[in-house]
Design a protein around this ligand. Structure first.
Ligand code: DX5
Ligand code: ZN
Length: 215
């Protein structure tokens, strides 16, 4: 069964605690926490103080997506602040293998992310090391963008690669996910669907969870 990870970027931050409770009540599986530095992506979002506050009010799995340059400088802090999963962009560091090991040293689930313009084959050398791969299905930086369908081939490639090599990493997708694109991603092998604007536009958050799971 696919897991659903609402992206807090699209929530109402003025009532964050209530939003998180409503997300949990909706039976979503994971909280997706987007960190942007204004350098790696042309936007600035949320960071350590919010993560620390969030950790105190929820026992949900927190999935921290680092859209930042030189992630090695910040990985320890984001692990210690309460993340359960941490992902770093392949494009953001010269040392992706080291960055993954740094996350694993904290006993957190480690993920690698690629932008739509990066070939998935570039990840081959680290696929045995990661717990999950995050395929960006939009260019990172903003919520509410349209899904880029050429990314579906990457999901299928990863699914085939893990079968061929007896690997168990999960495949996560992020950007432009709604009931239709979510179904396409599920059918191509995705295990975790991140959804921001589609999820939070609903009055009742249970509805998008059911639709994204295909129930
Ligand atoms: C984009 C972020 C996403 C974003 C997705 O850079 O990584 O997590 O919140 O938003 P939607 O689902 O609206 O495309
Ligand atoms: Zn994200």
């Amino acid at each position: 069964m696919v897991k659903i990870a609402p992206s807090l970027l699209a929530c109402d931050f003025a009532i964050l605690k209530e939003e998180v409770q409503r997300v949990k009540d909706s039976k979503a599986d994971i909280l997706h926490f987007d960190v942007m530095d204004g350098q790696f992506v042309p936007n600035i979002s949320i960071g350590l103080p919010i993560l620390e506050s969030l950790r105190k009010v929820t026992d949900m799995t927190i999935d921290t997506h680092l859209m930042i340059e030189n992630p090695e400088q910040m990985i320890d802090l984001f692990c210690e602040a309460g993340s359960d999963m941490v992902s770093v962009h392949f494009e953001a560091t010269h040392h992706i293998h080291r960055a993954i090991q740094q996350i694993k040293a904290h006993n957190k689930l480690a993920g690698v992310v690629i932008n739509p313009g990066t070939p998935v084959e570039h990840l081959q050398s680290v696929l045995a090391d990661v717990d999950f791969v995050l395929i960006m299905t939009v260019n990172p930086g903003f919520g509410g963008q349209a899904f880029i369908s050429s990314t579906l081939d990457k999901i299928a490639w990863l699914d085939q690669y893990r079968k061929n090599n007896q690997l168990s990493f999960e495949i996560e997708v992020d950007g432009g996910i709604n009931d239709q694109t979510g179904e396409l991603c599920r059918n191509h092998g995705a295990d975790i669907l991140v959804a921001g604007s589609y999820y939070f536009k609903h009055e009742d958050y249970r509805a998008p969870v059911l639709k994204l799971k295909g129930e």
